[in-house]
Design a protein around this ligand. Structure first.
Ligand code: PEP
Length: 251
């Protein structure tokens, strides 16, 4: 039995005033039985941590350094995120892979650094449009997952989350159909099962890529889709909550 996780990736958006209003809106009617998570920019983690305190909304970061500490100007370590109350951290988001040249090996090191501090990594995987058109989707997402499994093994993966995010669907208004998404989710779960059946059964695999209130029910109704990683729609409390409300209560 996997509880649904609805995670908001705020990206580089927000201000102290906007964050106050957004969290107040989400707190007004957070449904029970579904885990909600918000991932604000790092500079707002402390503020948002205080705003969600005492609620069922979790706090996550959008990035983490693979290093423990020292002369790494501009970096933030996993222990610092844990100290601020983060429970989760995104690793390998496609924007970090594409815009900041993060490679699979670095993503795997970040994942391992998070696990060492008891942060739950949300490993983002996904193919570009060109890769989908070249029929490379399966190879790409499995290679992204394998890089992490090679670093931490199946025991290091326990408690982690995968987010399947086709790059062509992120911020574009294009969404994978429920069937397209389910196919990739099932493949990722099968890959985990080849390592450890129990791990495969317990690992939540989120879908991300223009998930909105009007397409959420179809996606969240698929047997291997255990929640969503939401970008644009997570900046609107009503839409974020509506996406959560579209999840079947149990699966
Ligand atoms: C994301 O950034 O992870 C994402 C899924 O964005 P959007 O929902 O805006 O496509």
């Amino acid at each position: 039995m996997r509880d649904y996780l609805i995670a908001g990736n705020w990206k580089m958006n927000g201000s102290r005033r906007e964050n106050d209003a957004l969290i107040a809106g989400i707190r007004q009617s957070t449904p029970t039985g579904i885990e909600f998570l918000v991932c604000p920019p790092q500079v707002y983690l402390e503020q948002v941590g205080a705003l969600v305190a005492g609620s069922s909304i979790g706090l996550g970061a959008q990035n983490v350094s693979e290093y423990h500490g020292g002369a790494y100007t501009g970096e933030v370590s996993a222990s610092m995120l844990a100290e601020l109350g983060c429970r989760y951290v995104l690793v390998g988001h496609s924007e970090r892979r594409a815009l900041f040249a993060e490679l699979d090996e670095q993503v795997a090191s970040k994942f391992a650094a998070a696990v060492e501090q008891d942060l739950k990594p949300i490993l983002c995987v996904g193919e570009t449009l060109a890769q989908r058109q070249a029929d490379e989707t399966e190879a790409v997402v499995v290679a992204q997952l394998d890089a992490v499994l090679a670093e931490v093994g199946s025991t290091g993966f326990a408690g982690a989350v995968i987010a399947y995010e086709p790059v062509w669907a992120i911020g574009t208004g294009e969404t994978a159909t429920p069937e397209q998404a389910q196919q990739v989710h099932a493949l990722l779960r099968a890959r985990l099962a080849s390592e450890d059946a129990e791990l495969a059964d317990s690992t939540r695999i989120l879908y991300g890529g223009s998930m909105k209130p009007d397409n959420a029910a179809g996606l969240l109704g698929q047997p291997d889709i255990d929640g969503g990683l939401i970008g644009g729609a997570s900046l609107d409390a009503t839409q974020f909550l509506q996406i959560g409300a579209a999840a079947p209560v149990s699966q």
